[in-house]
Design a protein around this ligand. Sequence first.
Ligand SMILES: [Zn+2]
Length: 141
Amino acid sequence: MGDVSLLPDEVVLVDLLVDQVRGGVTVNGKVSVNWNAECSRCLRQVDGCAIAEVEELFEEHPREGESYKLGEEFIDLEPMIRDAVLLELPVGVIRCSATEECLAAAPAYQVLDNNSNEDPDRKESKDPRWAVLDDLTFEDE
Ligand SMILES: [Zn+2]
């Protein structure tokens, strides 16, 4: 998912308490799995552990987003485990613990020339990728 991956032979640890309640079965506990990714700056391997607390209800007639399907003779935990793990995986920019080597791999910040044709009143330099947004105008309601 994104830059994060789980190795195919990675073991997902599941520590759950299953309890019968009126109209279904509750499943409470912890799901954990190791993930790995590349540091977005130095491309070094980054590892982590996603730990999800689960507190779910399994019903014969599951409600979408509310509960999971309760089988007649068994409970299929996989969809719940998948959902729980996905929510705990890191999103966005992944960085290794910022060692000097990692920082050294970062491209040097570009120093803007103060004598360029930039507006001198403009305090912060703008990201050129958003320049097109300057052309947008909004009418007051
Ligand atoms: Zn790094």
